[in-house]
Design a protein around this ligand. Structure first.
Ligand code: TYD
Ligand code: MG
Length: 453
């Protein structure tokens, strides 16, 4: 009998070693090496491929399948390309299974769809589908399968010839060719690689659900992202209903598009006008609130930033940022203190982005500063005003990209005054119905933004 060879594989980055190492020499993770059986079947080196001149290549990537969910299709670049593999990551309970079942239900009107689950039983999935369909009839072409063996999945795909397959989740799939347990890196990698070749050879689009680890990476992480064609993340937080679907890799389209959904009782509902949704609970004229215009990919989004300052009762003042980068918040506070002269040293300061959204763009600095100053002075910002600009260390307001798109979005939502950084070349931006206020410094911006009592 052949000797069984054991290798040690870093579960974070896939580095192989003949001996267990405490610290991975490649990615630096501690205690991440796990013993796995060496692959018994390395791919053979026979060749039946054929180099072709560019001009000789026939065929194209194939017409995209429309998906039936506009926000989902837009993130993929207008639908899914047959033969591609799409990995969807996200925290447990965020709505990955829901989204893919909804997609399957609408795609199966006209296309054969196979939904394979290794996590839920057929009756469980049916119950969810019933809720999603709310009494409407099930499409004839949607098939459910509970299976985790890759070899069996392969034979079902070959015999059924679906247009799209969903696998929930890749961590449950195991191949007979690998001896290590389900969810191990070798299993995940092998299964994904095989699914990639099944997708290509039978022109079926395969959607894989990938669980994320606590650091936010898809388990069996970077390695997987390299194998598949497209990587999407479904984000949001458990306490809010908004969900953002974001592409981080896309071989068939841009990675800049973002889909916005809201989790409701009847599943994920597309939010076609996200800015309006994010501002729906705003109370104008309350101190500590400011409107920023951030870019999500190519799409401008209006968000409400709230600031609260409160005199520290003991010890160090607290600074808590929810939805923005803490370092940017600290920087903005320092600039407000030194360049604007706000006495913030003895204040606890809290910043919150309404709706559970995360904004990491420097262009929202000005709104953060205005929210803090507004709370500190107990003066609301002007109700029909949006604020755009990055704050520099000297208290200057810095230019940000896509100013035109931001202005248009703010204007279309009824904002009548918009503060933007002054352009070096004075080609002042004009906009109908809107007063565009160009300012050079944070101080000037706050003078214009805070309504005097
Ligand atoms: P799920 O799709 O199972 O998440 P994942 O597959 O990412 O782990 O979503 C689970 C959550 O979504 C669950 O807490 C209930 C909620 N949910 C709704 O609010 N409405 C619905 O119609 C459905 C199906 C789920
Ligand atoms: Mg799930």
């Amino acid at each position: 009998m052949a000797k069984i060879k054991v290798e040690y594989i870093c579960q974070q980055c896939g580095r192989r070693a003949p001996k267990p190492l405490g610290k991975c020499p490649q990615c630096g993770s501690w205690n991440s090496m796990v013993a796995e059986m060496a692959d018994r079947h390395r791919p053979s080196s026979g060749t039946n491929s054929q180099p072709l001149r560019l001009a000789e290549i026939e065929g194209d990537v194939g017409a995209r399948l429309p998906l039936g969910i506009g926000e989902f299709a837009r993130v993929l670049g207008g639908g899914v390309v047959p033969g591609s593999v799409i990995l969807i990551g996200g925290d447990p309970g965020i709505g990955k299974s829901t989204l893919l079942l909804q997609m399957s239900l609408s795609l199966a009107r006209g296309n054969r769809v196979l939904y394979i689950s290794g996590e839920e039983s057929q009756p469980q999935i049916k119950a969810r589908a019933e809720r999603l369909m709310q009494g409407r009839a099930f499409p004839q072409d949607l098939f459910l399968l509970t299976e985790t063996r890759l070899e069996s999945i392969r034979s079902h795909i070959t015999s059924m010839k679906p247009a799209a397959v969903v696998i929930d989740s890749i961590q449950t799939v195991t191949s007979d060719r690998i001896d290590s347990g389900p969810g191990s890196l070798s299993q995940i990698r092998e299964s994904t690689a095989q699914l990639q070749s099944i997708a290509k050879s039978s022109a079926v689009a395969i959607f894989l659900v990938g669980h994320v680890t606590k650091d936010g990476a898809i388990a069996g992480p970077k390695v997987l992202e390299h194998i598949v064609d497209t990587v999407l993340y479904l984000e949001g937080d458990a306490f809010h209903s908004f969900r953002l679907l974001r592409a981080v890799k896309n071989r068939f389209g841009a990675t800049s598009e973002v889909g916005v959904f809201e989790m409701q009782a009847e599943g994920l509902v597309e939010v076609t006008n996200p800015s309006e949704a994010f501002l729906s609970e705003r109370v104008p004229d309350s101190p500590g609130s400011a409107i920023a215009v951030t870019m999500e990919g190519t799409r401008p989004l209006l968000v409400e930033l709230q600031g609260l300052t409160n005199t520290t009762t003991f010890g160090h003042p607290r600074r808590t940022a929810n939805g923005i980068d803490t370092n940017r918040m600290l920087l903005t506070i320092a600039v407000l203190t030194r360049r604007v002269g706000l006495p913030l040293a003895d204040q606890d300061i809290f910043i919150n982005v309404v709706g559970g959204l995360r904004v990491y763009e420097p262009a929202t600095d000005l709104a953060v500063a205005a929210a803090i100053a507004s709370s500190m002075r107990d003066q609301p910002t002007r109700p029909e005003m949006a604020l755009i600009g990055e704050v520099g260390l000297s208290g200057e307001l810095r230019r940000v990209p896509h100013i035109e798109a931001r202005l248009n979005e703010a204007a279309s939502l009824g904002f009548r005054q918009i503060i933007i950084p002054r352009a070096k070349v004075s080609t002042s931006v004009k906009h109908k119905n809107v007063e565009v206020i160009e300012v050079a410094s944070l101080q000037q911006a706050l003078n214009r933004a805070l309504a005097k009592n």
